[in-house]
Design a protein around this ligand. Structure first.
Ligand code: GDP
Length: 386
């Protein structure tokens, strides 16, 4: 990737003890692996610079081994200098005393070279804990960590804590919050989304990183998990369809096109709860030759009962799903990493022309936001050279 491209993406580092769940998180979030498959993962053994073509620049680091802050050759400046967020993963189902000690030394070392890092603690694998125990664990970890930092004279360092699991959407939601802190254009993006919603009768709009299904911005109406989940499921559906039928292209996952198109008459077999969505791995075109797509609708909102996949004439992905409960999901690709997904009422969607037009304006504004940032950087660099 070009340097400039790299620089404009939020940079994130995932750390934690061995077996805390780092590789699983990486696979589930960025490689669409199903959580149960992670049971057979080899533990992380080296620095893993994942070459994912996502809006998010993501690296995984492992303890112990790679991180010896007392080794003089260990270059903390190089490691922490450029990072936006340091995510530290703690296995909540295990004794976490050693993890807390590592977290402490990591924060101390990183803060020294880069006080702008956001420190994010994932109290992970909480699927195995009861509600009460979850709250107690979080309180205990939070208290211990902040007390120790205060003792070390670092009471101003801010840490954020999240309860996460790869078995539900909590891991994606936690990442969404982490990433949002790293996007300087966030207020502008939120503002644009608010304007779009207000002028088009849209109830909720998310800007998604397509590969990871992390949302990087949303309008200011409250986020309920259900709308987030349904939008994130929509991305899976669209990616599967586009890989199979090759009519829409999104991200890097949809490289496999089927030559003989089905004329838009897609046969949908519907499966309800209990089926593994990832049964059909269509990544990289493995879906070739399949004539039927499987949608597993695991949300309570209603089943997919009508599915006019409409795609633009270019490679830009565009699609609409009308659901049984009168809600419409509207997706449009914004740039090579990002897609806009809106939830609206079927009545509102009758004015599709207006919505299309407003979304088009939103896209143009988005281009300008990112273009301006690039121009600004070039200007700063020129000044620095003079
Ligand atoms: P790493 O060494 O930090 O990369 O850890 P791994 O990703 O190899 O994970 C170690 C084990 O934890 C694996 O067996 C995973 O299946 C399991 N694991 C990871 N995340 C979760 C989670 O959210 N919940 C549960 N119950 N197990 C998890």
């Amino acid at each position: 990737l070009a340097d400039e491209d790299r620089e404009s993406r939020p940079r994130l580092m995932l750390m934690g003890l061995r077996r805390s769940g780092k590789s699983s998180i990486q696979r589930v979030v960025f490689h669409k692996m199903s959580p149960t498959e992670t049971l057979f993962l080899e533990s992380t053994s080296k620095i893993n610079k994942d070459n994912i073509h996502s809006f998010i620049d993501f690296q995984v680091w492992d303890f112990p081994g790679q991180m010896d802050f007392f080794d003089p050759t260990f270059d903390t400046t190089a490691i922490f200098g450029e990072v936006g967020a340091l995510v530290f993963v703690i296995d909540s189902q295990d004794d976490y005393m050693e993890a807390l000690a590592r977290l402490h030394s990591t924060v101390v070392a990183a803060y020294r070279v880069n006080p702008n890092i956001s420190f994010e603690v994932f109290i992970h694998k909480v699927d195995g804990l009861s509600e009460d125990y979850k709250i107690d664990t979080q309180r205990d970890i939070q208290q211990t960590t902040t007390d120790e930092l205060a003792d070390a004279g670092l009471e101003n360092v801010q840490l954020a804590f999240y309860l996460t699991s790869i078995y539900d959407h909590s891991i994606f939601e936690a990442f969404s919050k982490v990433i949002q802190k790293l996007i300087p254009q966030l207020p502008t993006l939120e503002n644009l989304l608010n304007i779009l919603c207000a002028n088009s009768g849209i109830e909720k709009a998310f800007l998604f990183d397509v590969i990871s299904k992390i949302y990087i911005a949303t309008d200011s109406s409250p986020v309920d998990s259900q709308s987030y989940e349904i939008c994130s499921d929509m991305i899976d559906v669209i990616i599967d369809i586009s890989s199979i039928y090759g009519r829409a292209a999104i991200g890097d996952r949809s490289q496999g096109y089927l030559e003989d198109q089905q004329g838009g008459h897609n046969e949908w077999s519907q499966q309800q709860d209990g089926h593994d969505k990832d049964e059909e791995d269509v990544q990289g075109g493995h879906g070739h030759g399949q004539s039927q797509a499987v949608v597993s609708s695991n949300s309570q909102t209603g089943s997919v009962n009508e599915y006019p996949v409409q795609t633009g004439s270019s490679h830009e992905a565009f699609s609409v799903i009308k659901m049984g409960n009168g809600t419409v999901l509207y997706l449009r690709e914004v740039n090579k990493y990002l897609a806009l997904i809106c939830l609206l009422r079927a009545e509102t969607f009758e004015k599709q022309g207006l919505i299309d037009y407003n979304v088009h304006c939103f896209k143009e504004a988005m281009d300008q936001v990112f273009e301006l940032k690039r121009a600004e950087r070039t200007r700063r660099e020129m000044e620095a050279h003079q």
